[in-house]
Design a protein around this ligand. Structure first.
Ligand SMILES: NC(=O)C1=CN([C@@H]2O[C@H](COP(=O)(O)OP(=O)(O)OC[C@H]3O[C@@H](n4cnc5c(N)ncnc54)[C@H](OP(=O)(O)O)[C@@H]3O)[C@@H](O)[C@H]2O)[C@@H](O)CC1
Ligand SMILES: [K+]
Length: 492
């Protein structure tokens, strides 16, 4: 276990406070001490640095135990004759407890700390952030911002110790000028705040060293935050037997595409087909009928003028999607009101959400898929910022519907008490039409019998993975429709 770390991440995550609360008892229950844990943290960091063949390393240290980990790493680097420079951003002789001991050990090994000015204009192949860990809150001090700013454009590999300084490990709030890591080696357990929103991008590649106390920690701790892995998610994919028939694979009805807005509903409808729904119908403005059908003749497209024309289609549907390209005019409001009476499952997206925000009435059978702006409108609070993601997702599930998919990097999914974080390697929402594809995928999975939570979780995963594959050569110019071939590949 000494020095070990893994890419193979566990499927649960915790609040940073939960980790702080139980780490000492978990260490005791495992027959070890916090001081030994810090040595193990230093050892794991060192193994990572050595595996990266680092020769010339700069380590920034802070004023708590995160700095202690940094000094443990520095001491090992000295012994291994790696060229190490430690830049202490806070007076290291004031460090207390295990961190103070780690500093003394470093000094006794012949190490010396230097000021920022003597590091500027020097070349390093690795820069390590051991400034703040799980004890961080609020804003970064100016001295820290200045230090990170000096190396912002450096090509060096950037490693965050436990969590990038500036990221709140519980709420995912991100302070301005936080450390932007290529790799984060986190300790003991995953912290939920690292897995969603901008925090997820600041962490870069995420690795875990459990310091040998994973089981003891799990036995003491509580969480409602799961982080399902790819293997589990693939196991949720609907199975298709050779003798299955289209009527057994679910019928989705998509309602949307107001006058002049055919694209979104077509993207969502095609995503349903690509995810395996047996039958896919579209109810759209009569002007759009030919456009939506064009080139995708598997769809059943109906031009609808009056809500009563929708009723017969609703009778045949297992799942309804409302919102893509719907608009908010009189036609849209009539369609929305008709769907609100539907007794089955509904995926509500885009203008469906905006109309829901206007009515402010709960919709228990719906899965809501808001992006940040839609979430703010639903909550009627324009002061909420992007970093209040956990708070927003939970509030939405209390006020509107149990199942919420808060879109964006590292989507949050709440259904009852479960918060799932799906960390996608790229921003799967960064171009037009991506959200429409996601609502179509989720509806296609629901129609094939997956539970709300399964369909939402697997849907976000498929969408994120397809976007990652489509964006392999860079995000610019990627189209939402580029996802379809990848979705087909992932569905198998
Ligand atoms: N326990 C263990 O042995 C193990 C712990 N481990 C390591 O310890 C880390 C947690 O250590 P930690 O609790 O000391 O917190 P850390 O983030 O280093 O510093 C907190 C200090 O910063 C201060 N501060 C906070 N915000 C600030 C701000 N905005 N601006 C200025 N100051 C601010 C804060 O001040 P305070 O809030 O108390 O006033 C306090 O003085 C953890 O991430 C992991 O790396 C591992 O080695 C495994 C074993
Ligand atoms: K850090």
């Amino acid at each position: 276990m000494q020095g070990q770390y893994t890419h193979n991440l566990p499927q649960i995550a915790y609040c940073a406070q939960e980790v702080k609360l139980h780490e000492e008892q978990a260490a005791l229950n495992s027959g070890t001490t916090l001081s030994e844990l810090m040595q193990r943290a230093g050892h794991a960091l060192f193994e990572l640095v050595r595996n990266k063949a680092v020769k010339n390393i700069l380590i920034f240290t802070g004023k708590g135990n995160n700095a202690g980990d940094g000094f443990m790493l520095a001491k090992r680097c000295l012994h291994a004759q790696i060229n190490v420079t430690v830049c202490a951003l806070f007076e290291p002789s004031l460090l207390k407890g295990d961190a103070g001991e780690a500093y003394q050990l470093f000094c006794r090994s012949g190490g010396r700390v230097v000021a920022l000015r003597s590091c500027i204009d020097r070349d390093f192949d690795a820069i390590v952030d051991a400034v703040f860990g799980t004890g961080f809150r609020g804003e970064l001090p100016d001295s820290v911002k200045e230090a990170f700013g000096q190396f912002k454009s450096s090509k060096a590999w950037k490693l965050a110790v436990d969590i990038p300084s500036g990221v709140n490990g519980s709420t995912a709030e991100v302070a301005p000028d936080s450390f932007d890591a290529d790799t984060t080696l986190t300790f003991i357990a995953l912290k939920q705040g690292m897995l969603t929103g901008s925090a997820a991008s600041l962490c870069g590649e995420l690795l875990l060293a459990d310091l040998g106390i994973a089981q003891a920690f799990e036995d003491l701790s509580h969480t409602n935050c799961c982080y399902p892995g790819g293997k589990y998610l693939h196991s949720l994919k609907p199975k298709r037997s050779p003798d299955s028939y289209k009527n057994q694979c679910g019928h989705v009805l998509l309602v949307g595409g107001g006058k002049g807005m055919a694209g979104a509903i077509r993207l969502a409808a095609e995503a349903c087909l690509r995810t395996g729904a047996g039958l896919v119908s579209v109810a759209t403005h009569p002007d759009n009928q030919a456009t939506v059908l064009n080139g995708r003749y598997e769809l059943m497209v109906h031009g609808i003028s009056l809500p009563k024309e929708l009723d017969t289609l609703l009778d045949k549907a297992d799942v309804v999607v409302i919102g893509p390209g719907l608009g908010q005019d009189a036609w849209a409001k009539k369609m929305y009101a008709a769907v609100k009476n539907f007794k089955g499952l509904v995926v509500c997206d885009a203008d469906g959400l905006n109309l829901l925000a206007q009515s402010h009435l709960p919709w228990h059978r719906a899965i809501l898929t808001p992006h940040f702006g839609e979430a703010r409108r639903l909550l009627g609070n324009t002061t909420l910022n992007m970093s209040k993601r956990f708070e927003m997702a939970e509030q939405l599930s209390k006020e509107y519907a149990a199942c919420i998919v808060l879109k964006g990097p590292g989507s949050l999914i709440v259904d009852g008490k479960r918060i799932n974080i799906n960390r996608s390697g790229c921003s799967a929402m960064a171009s037009a039409g991506m959200g429409d594809v996601l609502s179509g995928i989720i509806a296609g999975l629901l129609a094939q019998g997956l539970s709300r939570y399964e369909a939402a979780t697997l849907g976000v995963y498929i969408h994120g993975l397809a976007a990652e594959q489509a964006a392999r050569d860079g995000h610019l110019g990627m189209l939402a429709s580029d996802l379809f071939d990848h979705i087909r590949g992932i569905m198998g």
